[in-house]
Write a protein that binds this ligand. Structure first.
Ligand SMILES: *[C@@H]1O[C@H](CO)[C@@H](O)[C@H](O)[C@H]1NC(C)=O
Ligand SMILES: *[C@@H]1O[C@H](CO)[C@@H](O)[C@H](O)[C@H]1NC(C)=O
Ligand SMILES: *[C@@H]1O[C@H](CO)[C@@H](O)[C@H](O)[C@H]1NC(C)=O
Ligand SMILES: *[C@@H]1O[C@H](CO)[C@@H](O)[C@H](O)[C@H]1NC(C)=O
Length: 518
């Protein structure tokens, strides 16, 4: 009986759910929330120590995606979200440095441009990090009606300044261990920052924006998102892209959030956990605003992260191996869920089918009633998400670097070619002593030595922690994956890495990082 009804339902579904019928339904509002460096073990549904009640509730009542992947780093993942293409198929393959004239290719329309053409109002609140050296590469010239936030990444959460990347990270994390060390380092940064310009970075549309200075980024972004929601005409479909900067370093949060974690001994983990809770509160406030405005009747909310947690910046990916900037699961498998009151035929379940960051673009296009896109790597996963069907993909590319090193997943198997990155360990939840020792005495490189073999092979389904290399035990599987890898490797495009230029200096632009130098 059950089987009979299920078959009947499936047949009826195929007939009824043609594109035409979907198009009759009003295109849903889409809210796409991206956390920054949020690790696998940094959310309440994987780790009860983290207080994220709003996210937990939405995940539990929606669809929790346990095999959702992103690129190992920030700019590449955002590139994938916006273009539906693997970064290795585009010129923008690396994190953009502040004074580097790199940008998102303008050869193909990006997600907000496509949605705008379908009648959507499109807004971005948060971090862009896809280039700004020319106005034409900035959000309001790439399909967004409005932009409120940062052109770049890792800004100071309160002052919204963006100094040299490496020195900034160092000084902020040292200050958590010792205020003396922090002060010394800050002085060092000040004295030696000639050529490493510090500028402000906050915009409202094209204009520099000083009014939010001093306001914690998560609160500033939540307030602007709520303003957009409150002013929105419900008859127009809304696309709200919310790339928060939390919980990315610098690791800072208003004390009322870190106080909730007074029992955690590691200062960096305590503050980081508070950052996640502030983000959770922001999502709670935004969700309330969506209900109050009546938009929840026809809305899809997606929550994901741009890459795994950074093991030395408070994040944690246990039981996964590695972290941000690696193609281990810990760098790429990200906490993700989809929520909707009305659009999901199957809800309240955990979905283990694979989905890659490039898939959001065609998935959103499908529910928005758009034409299928053929020039991209992504595939729509709407049937998989909303009905619990199989994934539309059998394989995906973690990344392939210009040198040819990288990783691919085919079915349950993962092949890694070359060194996976510089964090190869299974990092425990940060505790003060091990972090201090590893980072400042042993350096930031781990002492895990990998086999000299250029290939590693794992069965991710049986061994998600990547602890058993099968490359010797299963030579035929290795050969098959390698053959496919060679084909994919041959499709990579030349990266555009222009290097730093002096014309970017914010001192030439009123102290703000600004377009106009490419
Ligand atoms: C930015 O653009 C949006 C949409 O056009 C508009 O509502 C908002 O007032 C603009 N903000 C500023 C500061 O001009
Ligand atoms: C959420 O809303 C409450 C009540 O308005 C406010 O106090 C809090 O700061 C907001 N939180 C965030 C992260 O915006
Ligand atoms: C990938 O391509 C590069 C050249 O672009 C080549 O040097 C490398 O050997 C290739 N790797 C594999 C595994 O095919
Ligand atoms: C790193 O080296 C030390 C000293 O040889 C050793 O005790 C430790 O287990 C090593 N760490 C890992 C993760 O292998």
């Amino acid at each position: 009986m059950d089987i009979f009804w299920e078959c009947l339902l499936a047949c009826v579904t195929v007939v009824v759910l043609t594109d035409q019928v979907l198009a009759v339904r009003k295109p849903p509002h889409i809210v796409f929330i991206v956390a920054d460096d949020l690790g696998w073990n940094d959310v309440g549904w994987h780790n009860p120590e983290i207080l994220s009640p709003n996210l937990n509730r939405l995940a539990r009542k929606g669809v929790t995606l346990e095999s959702a992947y992103a690129q190992p780093a920030c700019t590449p993942s955002r590139n994938a979200f916006m273009t539906g293409k693997y970064p290795y198929h585009t010129p923008l393959q690396d994190v953009i440095d502040p004074s580097e004239p790199a940008f998102l290719s303008d050869e193909l329309p990006i997600l907000p441009e496509r949605l705008k053409a379908l009648g959507y109002s499109t807004h971005i609140v948060g971090k862009w990090h896809l280039g700004f050296c020319n106005k034409k590469y900035t959000p309001t010239h790439r399909g967004f009606d409005s932009f409120f936030g940062f052109y770049m990444g890792s800004q100071c959460h309160y002052q919204h300044t963006k100094p040299d990347r490496i020195l900034r990270e160092l000084s902020s994390s040292v200050s958590l261990f010792s205020s003396i060390g922090g002060t010394l380092l800050r002085n060092f940064v000040r004295l030696h920052s000639v050529g490493h310009e510090t500028g402000r970075d906050f915009r409202f549309n094209d204009s520099i924006w000083r009014e939010t200075e001093g306001k914690y980024s998560t609160h500033a972004f939540a307030d602007r998102a709520i303003e957009i929601i409150q002013r929105h005409d419900p008859d127009t479909p809304l696309f709200l892209y919310l790339p928060f900067q939390a919980p990315h370093s610098p690791i800072t949060v208003p004390p009322q959030y870190s106080r909730l974690y007074n029992h955690i001994k590691s200062p960096i983990r305590r503050v980081y956990s508070g950052m996640v809770t502030a983000l959770d509160e922001a999502v709670g406030n935004i969700t309330s605003a969506l209900y109050e405005k009546g938009l929840m009747d026809n809305l899809l909310l997606v929550f994901t992260s741009d890459n795994g947690g950074h093991p030395y910046m408070g994040g944690n990916n246990i039981p996964l191996r590695g972290g941000k900037n690696t193609i281990w699961e810990g760098g790429t498998r990200v906490p993700t869920f989809v929520y909707s009151d009305t659009l999901l035929r199957k809800r309240r379940y955990t979905n283990n089918e694979i989905l890659h960051a490039v898939d959001w673009f065609p998935t959103f296009l499908e529910i928005a009633g758009g034409r299928r896109e053929f020039n991209i790597d992504g595939v729509s996963q709407w049937q998989m998400i909303s009905r619990g069907r199989f994934s539309s993909r059998h394989e995906f590319v973690y990344n392939i670097e210009p040198s040819g090193k990288g990783a691919v997943r085919i079915g349950n198997y993962k092949l890694i070619v070359g060194k996976p990155g510089r964090h190869n360990d299974w990092y425990p939840v940060p505790g003060m002593k091990p972090i201090k020792r590893k980072r400042f005495k042993g350096g930031r490189f781990d002492n895990v030595t990998l086999a000299s073999d250029p290939y590693l092979l794992f069965n991710i389904k049986d061994d998600p922690s990547e602890s058993r290399d099968l490359s010797r035990d299963k030579p035929e599987v290795l050969e098959a994956l390698l053959a496919r890898y060679r084909v994919l490797n041959a499709t990579k495009v030349e990266p555009h890495r222009p290097g730093r230029v002096a014309g970017a200096d914010p001192n030439l632009y009123d102290g703000f990082w600004s377009p106009g130098w490419c």
